[in-house]
Design a protein around this ligand. Structure first.
Ligand SMILES: Nc1ncnc2c1ncn2[C@@H]1O[C@H](COP(=O)(O)OP(=O)(O)OP(=O)(O)O)[C@@H](O)[C@H]1O
Ligand SMILES: [Mg+2]
Length: 168
């Protein structure tokens, strides 16, 4: 199992805040040369796709970003870094991920965002970052946990960007 060493807790007051959080993550990912795997956890309708949309837009994608519920993965290979958005909600068996060559996605500089990662348990590689979203009042709470040194570095930078004294 992964060891969670620290957690960052954020409040996202509306859809725009969820999207900006995704853009902030994208800005940090662009700076580094390493790949990143992010698990997006949370119930139906908690903002996982909205956050993913923010990330893709932050990486320069202009078009639509819809959850690939039926196709499992949507590639955004034209971006830097190349990004892949997974939604495992409809996955029947984690073994299906083996058949689609899941390991090939998690290499190089690639950024992989995965909704419903628990459905791929045992086959998915470990995440660098986990983002847990929950409904909280009118908005959403986000709990960011890091499991690798790469994840911890990004988490610390996200925390610095969202510290109260930097909010305007
Ligand atoms: N911070 C927020 N505050 C309030 N509403 C939000 C927030 N972030 C996203 N939403 C809204 O929540 C709804 C569901 O968002 P989204 O589709 O991103 O959820 P999801 O977690 O991907 O759901 P699913 O599990 O079905 O894929 C959308 O209407 C979106 O506008
Ligand atoms: Mg979704």
């Amino acid at each position: 199992m992964n060891t969670v060493t620290q957690e960052l807790s954020l409040y996202l007051e509306d859809e725009a805040a969820t999207e900006s959080f995704g853009r902030a993550l994208a800005a940090l990912v662009r700076q580094g040369g390493q790949g990143l795997t992010v698990f997006l956890e949370g119930n139906l309708g908690t903002g996982k796709t909205t956050l993913s949309r923010g990330v893709m837009r932050g990486l320069g994608h202009d078009g639509a970003v819809k959850s690939p519920t039926y196709t499992i993965v949507e590639p955004y290979e034209h971006l830097t870094p190349p990004a892949y958005h997974f939604d495992l909600y409809r996955l029947g068996d984690p073994e299906e991920l083996e058949y689609m060559g899941i390991r090939d996605y998690f290499q190089g500089r690639n950024l992989c965002l995965i909704e419903w990662p628990e459905r791929g348990q045992g086959i998915l590689p470990a995440a660098d970052l986990w983002i847990r979203l929950d409904v909280s009042g009118e908005g959403r709470s986000a709990l960011v946990s890091a499991a690798t040194s790469r994840g911890m570095e990004l988490q610390a930078r996200l925390g610095a960007m969202h510290s109260p004294d930097q909010e305007g």
